[in-house]
Every structure is written in C-alpha cells, then in structure tokens.
Design a protein around this ligand. Structure first.
Ligand SMILES: Cc1cc2nc3c(=O)[nH]c(=O)nc-3n(C[C@H](O)[C@H](O)[C@H](O)COP(=O)(O)OP(=O)(O)OC[C@H]3O[C@@H](n4cnc5c(N)ncnc54)[C@H](O)[C@@H]3O)c2cc1C
Length: 375
C-alpha cells in the first residue's frame, strides 16, 4: 500500500487538465497524453454554474475562468412566445466570484491549457495509448508514439467515447437518447443578463430551445430536439434545419434565430449518454469525467461534474493510499454524478413524451440547490 507518486492521464480535455493541475499543485508527478495533435475544441458555448466555479477555484483558475466568460443572473423558463414563467437566480458558492457563467469552449480550454503550460505539466499531443497492463502495484502503458512508461495510477479522462473505458469494460457504450442538440453563436442583446429556456416547441418539433450569454458581444442559441432514428444531416442544410426547429418562437429567441444563416457555423450533435455503475475503477486504472458518466446537457453540469471529479480525486490521492483513495473517491462522487446524469436523461424523456412529463422547473431548481452543497 502506498500513495500515488507518478500518474498518467489519458485525455487533455476538461477533466484531464483539471486533474493534472490539481495533482501537480499537490506535488505529484503527472503526464498527460492527448490524442488531438492540434488540441482544439469547437467554437460554441458551455453553460456552467456555481459548483463549477467553486471547483475551478479550488484549482486556482476560478478568477481566470470568470474573466474569460460572461457572468449572468441565472436560468429563466419561458413559454414559446418568450414570456417568463419561472426564474432560478444563481447563488454564488465563492465570495467575489459569480454563480452562473457562460463561456465559449475555446475560452475555457485556453484557461486550462494556459495553466497547464504555466505549471510546466508535460502534455504529449497527437498521442494515445496502445496497450495498458495493470500489474497490481502499478500500470505499464505503451503509447502510440512508440514510447512506454510505468505509473502508480492511470486516469482515463478521454471523454464520452473513452478508449480507457473500452479497455476496462468493452461492453459499455454510449447510447443515443433520442434527442439532438443544435447550437449557433449570435450577437448578444445588450441588456440580456439571463440564460432563457423556452419550454415546448411551437412548430411541430418535439423539444425546447434557448440561449445563454457567452461574452459581452456574443450569446449562443441551443435547440434540444427529438430526432427520431438518429438522422444524419447534409452539412449544407444545417442552418435551414436549425432555423426550422426555431420557427414560431417569439421573444428574444425568435428574433435571434434570424441570424442563423451559415451552415458551417451550426454545431449539431446527437445526444449519447453512458453512465457507468460504481466503481469507475479497476485496480490502478480509474475513469473520470465523461468517460465515467456522460449525460445529456439538460442541467448544464457535464463540465462541473468533470472538474468536481478531478478536485475530489486529487484530495483523496493526496491524503490516502491509492486503494483507500479510490474507495473514498467513489463514495464522494458516485451518487452526485448519477443524480445529474439520470435527471438530465429524465428531462430529455419528458421533452419527448410531454403527455407524461413531470415538472422540469422543479427538477432543475432542486438539483441546482443540491449541487450548491459542498461535495
Ligand atoms: C451537445 C452538448 C452540449 C453540452 N453542453 C454543456 C454545457 O452547457 N455545460 C456543461 O457543463 N457541459 C456541457 N456538455 C458536456 C461537457 O462538454 C462534457 O461533460 C465535458 O466536456 C466532459 O469533459 P471530459 O474532459 O470528460 O471530456 P472531453 O471534454 O470530451 O475531453 C476528452 C479529451 O480526451 C481526448 N481523447 C479522447 N480519446 C482519447 C484517447 N484515446 N487518447 C488520448 N486522448 C483522447 C479528446 O481529444 C479530448 O481532448 C455538453 C455536451 C454536449 C454533447
């Protein structure tokens, strides 16, 4: 039994970079391998809440993330014509920092990659693992660049289509939930200080839509729509398809949707989820972030869950032997991430089956309050 000293992180996204920063801050040796040689993320937005800001702050980048994004007042629910039917104002978890924040994905990526570079954490780009053998007291890893290494612990932070998860649990795969998300960045109306969700599409499509401020100049529009049979769309049709799903909405959304004109700037993703049972580790290999619990974005909590995983894993590895740390990690993370995942999927089910739907405002409010509690 010993504490982890030398750790390999597979995946340089939100979870991988967060855990790398946290472990480095505790004096542990970390290496990151990232498959994408350009280390890029696509341009649209990400919505985060107070627990995300708190977790990033624990890593020393709360202020940088706040500066890189746009703090707004909270979430509002509207009817299809844009009348507000409920307000859920955000409550900050860290004095001096905001609760609800919109960020472009590149802005969040820059905050994390800048910190990793400043700390001198080694990141190898365009590299993945080709083999991994758990020897009981450590893991031997072979990499795609022909190198190899031995580590006390391997952290699989390689996202929804995780190869580390596949290595440990080959049968676990993300499943299409029935919905797809359409996203597009547009100018932000100067007085918009909320993220608004318009419940119930007025146009024959089944779903909801809304927007969120990202910068003083920009906001992004999203439409979460039932897409039966998981269709593929021709790239040149994407702007027309997205506008069709926003037809008939009033208020700010109806006006803003007119700006969706360039099909190359529409980001469409079918929603695929994979929530792993407890535990998310075998021996000395552990999953965090989407690799362990990818859900749908209905609660805007995927990135927060990834960073909270990182913060808790760092806490436990710094304090305990590896085996005890992994047990404690699961005790603190499993129920919370499962609540977010299953509730997000439930909200999507209700959108597809409005006849048997519960109250999405109540669920969103309850979970926002629950997640404000310390991890
Ligand atoms: C449509 C949509 C909208 C969303 N909106 C929100 C939102 O508003 N708010 C929110 O909080 N969350 C949102 N999410 C979820 C959020 O994006 C994820 O939860 C978050 O990115 C998870 O971080 P991660 O690091 O686990 O995975 P990722 O961010 O996917 O990072 C994984 C990294 O691993 C790398 N990688 C993959 N495979 C390998 C490999 N074999 N070897 C090495 N590297 C590898 C990838 O290149 C990537 O850099 C949304 C998700 C979707 C699909």
């Amino acid at each position: 039994m010993s504490k982890a000293q030398n750790i390999c992180i597979i995946g340089g996204g939100v979870a991988g970079l967060a855990v790398a920063i946290g472990l480095h801050n505790k004096g542990l040796k970390v290496e990151v391998v990232e498959r994408d040689k350009d280390w890029k993320v696509y341009h649209v937005g990400i919505i985060v809440q107070a627990n995300f800001v708190r977790a990033l702050n624990a890593l020393g980048v709360g202020e940088a993330a706040t500066k890189a994004g746009y703090a707004y007042r909270g979430a509002r629910f509207c009817n299809a014509s844009g009348q507000v039917i409920a307000e859920l104002p955000g409550e900050t978890a860290v004095d001096g920092l905001p609760s609800d924040l919109g960020l472009t994905r590149p802005a969040l990526h820059k905050v994390l990659t800048d910190k990793v570079k400043e700390l001198g954490i080694p990141v190898r780009l365009g590299v993945t693992f080709t083999d991994m053998q758990d020897k009981g007291d450590g893991v031997d890893v072979v990499f795609s660049d022909g190198t190899s290494g031995s580590y006390d612990l391997v952290i699989g932070a390689d996202g929804n289509y995780s190869q580390v998860r596949k290595h440990l649990w080959p049968e676990a795969k993300p499943q299409f939930t029935g919905q797809g998300v359409w996203r597009y960045n547009v100018p932000r109306p100067a007085d918009l200080e909320w993220s608004d969700i318009y419940l119930a599409a007025p146009n024959g499509f089944n779903g909801k839509a809304g927007y969120c401020p990202l910068t003083p100049e920009e906001m992004y529009i999203f439409a979460v729509i039932e897409e039966k049979g998981n269709p593929r769309f021709a790239p040149e049709t994407l702007a027309d398809e997205m506008r069709a799903r926003l037809a008939g909405y009033g208020g700010i959304l109806g006006e803003a949707a007119k700006a969706i004109t360039d099909p190359a700037l529409v980001v469409y993703r079918p929603l695929e989820a994979c929530i792993m049972p407890d535990p998310w580790y075998q021996g000395r290999i552990v999953l965090i972030g989407d690799a362990a619990h990818s859900a749908t974005p209905h609660l805007g909590q995927g990135a927060a869950m990834a960073v909270e995983d990182a913060v808790v894993l760092v806490d436990e590895l710094a304090a305990k032997d590896i085996d005890a740390a992994l047990v404690a990690f699961m005790e603190r993370r499993f129920e919370r991430a499962k609540l977010v995942g299953t509730s997000s999927i439930q909200l999507g089910e209700w959108e597809m089956h409005p006849e048997s739907a519960g109250d999405p405002v109540e669920v969103t409010d309850r979970i926002r309050k629950k997640l404000a509690e310390p991890v």
